[in-house]
Design a protein around this ligand. Structure first.
Ligand SMILES: Nc1ncnc2c1ncn2[C@@H]1O[C@H](COP(=O)(O)OP(=O)(O)OP(=O)(O)O)[C@@H](O)[C@H]1O
Length: 683
């Protein structure tokens, strides 16, 4: 009796062990299968709220012929030659991927052997497997896994470096950045394209290779191994199940991708209402506009809550069907396929040639096969996921490619924009303007600025002045006046080659001999010295003979000598736009002008915040330094510093005449000049 009892108890323990291992193995499989299949069926989530994404949604970017054309343009930038860092990394990645698949197969078989050792209570086999063999193999597994991450990250960074360098070369070459922002209106946010989108494109591209190659190899190998273990139809059945359930769910699921994009847009709008409050806090506080802003912010937030509520209700209903089909039915299918050899011994012995009554062998096979099945499911899942991610990748590809196209066009003198009808304010069709065919001519000559029959035309093709002719030579300071929006700054944009020259002839010195001082001076990142010598570097300044002592002389001219000490020396780095007052900024800009000492300077209301006495000193200094000035100003105190007056009336007329020493404020009234009328230019 006793031996019988002992056999019974030993059998019970064996069954108990099998049940325990079975439970954990199935539980592990269920989670893994469900996680991967479910992830393949969810809509891709847009990562951030951007206008670009809205645009991408509108354009219906996809994996089509355009995508492949764009890739054909971008790939040579990312991988410039067959012998490069990138090709080396791609080769290394292929080796790592093969090693990883080999390790996965090894681990599946190894796991089965460990389970067998546990179930058969073979201590020696268990120790030699679980301790020694695993202890040895954990190093290559860990190294290969991390090599995979390292190679993909290194590849992404290489792609990003290539693309960013290429983009910077084009964007900051000449004044492409200005033209993209002001003339061409195809790109709404070049900053985001240059930073985030290039990064995302590089990251996605680096993953693409491994995301396609690895699952394909895995599907082949694990399907083969699974077929060997439990029959050829099992992997086919499992793959077919995933694909079918994917198709069914995709057909009936609400468009969650679109909802997420809407949510991101609403979140973006909400964030924008807050960032405006931060940016204009002083003005809002002075106006006492807190309550009004609260209404705006809360109305924006209400839209988000309404939308999110709708989405989570839909997710609840969808989630029920999702779980049943993807999680539980897939698990049931997996149970069936794995258990078939166990419960059908005839099938097992006939098909698999296994000893059906050996529980340890059963456990080993079960564990190994379920591991193959999990790996197969993961590979199918990853491949479906990659297929879907390709749509998002196509979005980034389209945006990065458009950035390069626009930079190339603008660099070649072509810009495209939606023209606006002046009277109605309506946006018309997009028009491409090729400035290389315009009739305007530029002659480079020292000591003179001569406009001969030059029309002043905005990028929108609105003619502010049909023809402008005037001549200013060295030493002839010229005052420019006229109402707001009449075209004073536009004249300088044409002079500085920012806007295209539609006709006539402009004679002027080389660009380095013209200097522009705007009303709100640009203060660069860097030290206080950098503000004065911008855009030169310290080495450039030293080469020109400007050490700190000479720079201090310039600062003293504009009465800013105290600033160096106040701000902690020439090398102090601050947010200069915040630290300096309006008048101080303008005086720094004047010191910058004196440092560069150009032949001609354009002063666009650049002393409006400077006291009249200091302004007079600065004008006197400019004359002594031999800088001829074009001044846009409404201050009558400046009349005595100028010899000529160029005045616009805002209705398409102008006059250019010598200023009388006796001229007073009356000089700013419109006299008799050449009459021109405004209109819209035809190309
Ligand atoms: N990038 C642009 N695209 C299209 N139109 C523009 C652009 N920049 C300016 N304009 C238009 O050109 C006209 C002249 O502008 P401009 O800046 O020359 O005026 P301004 O005489 O300098 O005025 P203010 O005294 O106010 O500075 C305005 O109607 C303006 O709307």
């Amino acid at each position: 009796m006793a031996p019988a009892l002992s056999t019974l108890s030993s059998k019970k323990k064996t069954v108990g062990s099998i049940a325990l291992v079975l439970f954990f193995t199935l539980y592990r499989n269920k989670q893994a299968i469900a996680k991967f299949v479910q992830s393949t069926l969810q809509e891709p989530t847009p990562k951030s709220s951007t206008r670009s994404q809205k645009k991408a949604v509108r354009k219906k970017v996809g994996v089509n012929a355009t995508f492949f054309r764009q890739m054909a343009k971008l790939l040579p930038i990312c991988i410039p030659s067959a012998v490069s860092r990138e090709t080396t990394l791609l080769a290394a990645l292929a080796i790592v991927l093969i090693a990883r698949t080999w390790l996965d197969i090894w681990f599946s078989a190894f796991n089965g052997q460990v389970v067998k050792a546990i179930v058969s209570r073979n201590r020696e086999a268990f120790i030699s497997k679980a301790i020694f063999e695993f202890g040895l193999m954990m190093w290559p597994m860990s190294i290969v896994n991390n090599c995979l991450k390292l190679t993909i990250s290194a590849l992404a960074l290489c792609f990003r470096e290539r693309l960013t360098k290429h983009a910077h070369n084009q964007y900051l070459d000449a004044i492409t950045f200005y033209k993209i922002a002001n003339l061409d209106n195809r790109l709404q946010n070049a900053d985001q394209l240059l930073t985030q989108d290039i990064d995302k494109f590089s990251e996605n591209l680096s993953h693409l290779y491994s995301d396609i190659a690895k699952p394909l190899v895995d599907i082949g190998l694990f399907a083969y191994k699974l077929g060997e273990a439990i029959g050829g139809e099992a992997p086919v059945f499992m793959i077919a199940y995933f694909v079918m359930s994917g198709i069914i769910l995709r057909a009936f699921s609400p468009p969650f991708g679109k909802y997420t994009a809407i949510e991101q847009k609403l979140e973006g709008d909400f964030r924008f209402t807050h960032s405006r409050i931060i940016a204009h806090s002083e003005e809002i506080a002075f106006y006492g506009g807190g309550q009004r802003e609260k209404e705006v912010v809360e109305s924006s937030f209400r839209k988000i809550s309404r939308h999110i509520r709708k989405v989570y209700t839909l997710r609840f209903v969808n989630g029920i069907f999702d779980s049943v089909l993807v999680k539980y039915c897939a698990t049931m299918t997996a149970y069936y396929l794995l258990a078939r050899p166990v419960f059908d011994p005839r099938y097992a012995t006939e098909q698999m040639g296994m000893e059906a009554s050996d529980p340890a062998k059963l456990m080993e096979d079960y564990s190994r096969n379920s591991s193959y099945l999990v790996n197969l499911s993961q590979a199918v899942g990853r491949l479906i996921l990659t297929g879907r991610d390709l749509t998002r990748f196509a979005g980034y590809t389209s945006r990065v490619s458009e950035l390069f196209d626009v930079m190339q066009d603008v660099g070649a003198g072509k810009y495209s924009r939606t023209m606006v009808t002046a009277d109605t304010g309506e946006a018309n069709q997009k028009e491409t303007i090729d400035t290389t065919h315009l009739k305007g001519k530029v002659i480079i000559q020292d000591g003179v600025i001569n406009f001969s029959r030059v029309p002043i035309v905005t990028p929108n093709k609105d003619v502010l002045l049909k023809e402008l002719s005037f001549r200013v030579e060295t030493g002839m300071n010229c005052l420019i006046s006229g109402p707001n929006g009449c075209g004073k700054s536009s004249l300088f944009r044409i002079l500085g080659d920012l806007w295209p020259l539609w006709g006539g002839t402009v004679t002027k010195p080389a660009a380095s001999k013209l200097f522009y001082v705007p009303q709100k001076p640009y203060l660069a990142l860097g030290s206080f010295r950098d503000q004065v010598i911008y855009p030169d570097t310290r080495d450039d300044a030293l080469e020109k003979g400007f050490d700190d002592e000479r720079l201090m002389e310039l600062l003293n001219v504009v009465h800013l000598g105290y600033l160096v000490e106040r701000e902690g020396g020439w090398s102090a780095v601050q947010d200069w736009a915040e630290v300096l007052s309006g008048g101080e900024k303008q005086r720094v800009a004047m010191a910058r002008l004196f440092y560069h000492k150009p032949q001609f300077a354009i002063l666009d209301e650049c002393t409006s915040a400077v006291s009249i006495d200091v302004e007079a000193i600065m004008y006197q200094y400019a004359r002594e330094a031999g800088i001829t000035l074009f001044t846009v100003s409404h201050r009558t105190s400046l009349l005595r510093h100028h010899e000529y007056l160029l005045r616009f009336d805002g209705e398409g007329h102008y006059e250019f005449r010598e200023l009388d020493p006796e001229d007073t404020a009356a000089a700013f009234g419109f006299g008799h000049g050449k009459s021109q009328s405004a209109g819209k230019v035809e190309q």
